[in-house]
Design a protein around this ligand. Structure first.
Ligand SMILES: Nc1ncnc2c1ncn2[C@@H]1O[C@H](COP(=O)(O)OP(=O)(O)OP(=O)(O)O)[C@@H](O)[C@H]1O
Ligand SMILES: [Mg+2]
Length: 238
């Protein structure tokens, strides 16, 4: 279970302080599918980095399965990031001069998974992320934004994590591919995984069961979603 208690995050750049998160508290139960929605600069990526144990709050507490992440040893943190959590970063973070297939396998190479098993896992992950097979041998710097996004999603799935954190995973996709990717997240949720989907778009957020809306680093609302309500983009204003 993910539990934040009064989390604040302050960035200091020279004399300037930016309060990216202010008194954030919520729980996410195992197997829940939530989205975190908010406009640009509202603190979504900052929150994802804290939930993913890549960064720690300036004050307040973050408990993962009841344990305070800021008090964990480095090897414990590394284990969590390698085995428990799959990240889809907003900037993809792919290695440019190796193939798509190898990019997806990388977490398993680091984990020491045998060749055949990691190739099989990479294949499954790329299929789940809806990237056609003819792209698998391309270098990742030869891909479009949408294709890179699907490689990043495949890489997040490859180690079979229990928690998936995805930062704007459909931001660069056309609506049809976006639907395929959101369908993938729904399937992963049905398999029992915890999904945290970050977006600034309501129609994307509504694929989750619950929407936490953040504005200026604060939780503005936290409520059940109405996934069957069809909303077109023009009905939604930030
Ligand atoms: N490393 C950093 N140093 C200083 N300020 C930062 C840093 N990272 C983020 N910020 C600031 O914190 C605030 C929240 O940023 P964050 O990236 O979390 O927003 P976001 O909701 O993910 O935005 P977007 O939708 O544009 O990705 C912004 O005001 C941003 O400028
Ligand atoms: Mg962001």
């Amino acid at each position: 279970m993910i539990e934040l208690k009064g989390v604040n995050k302050v960035y200091k750049t020279g004399d300037v302080e930016t309060w990216a998160l202010k008194d954030i508290s919520f729980k996410v139960n195992d197997g829940e599918f939530i989205s975190i929605m908010g406009p640009s600069g509202s603190g979504k990526s900052t929150l994802m980095h804290i939930i993913g144990a890549l960064d720690t709050p300036t004050s307040g507490e973050y408990l993962l399965d009841g344990k305070d992440v800021s008090k964990m040893a480095d090897d414990e943190l590394a284990d969590i990031r390698n085995d428990k959590i799959g990240f889809v970063f907003q900037q993809f973070n792919l290695l440019p001069r190796i193939t798509v297939f190898r990019n997806v396998m990388l977490p398993l190479i680091y984990a020491g998974t045998p060749k055949e098993a990691r190739e099989e896992s990479a294949r499954k992950a790329l299929i789940s992320a809806a990237l056609p097979e003819n792209w698998w041998t391309h270098h990742s710097n030869q891909l479009s934004g949408g294709q890179m996004q699907r490689v990043a999603i495949a890489r997040a799935l490859v180690n079979n994590p229990t928690i998936i954190l995805a930062d704007e995973p459909t931001g660069n996709l056309d609506s049809k591919t976006g639907e395929i990717v959101l369908g993938t997240f729904q399937k992963l949720h049905e398999q029992g995984r915890t999904i945290v989907l970050i977006t600034h778009e309501l129609y994307v957020a509504e694929h989750a069961e619950r929407i936490i809306h953040i504005v200026d680093g604060q939780v503005k609302s936290d409520s059940k979603s109405h996934p069957r309500r069809k909303i077109s983009m023009k009905d939604y204003k930030d």
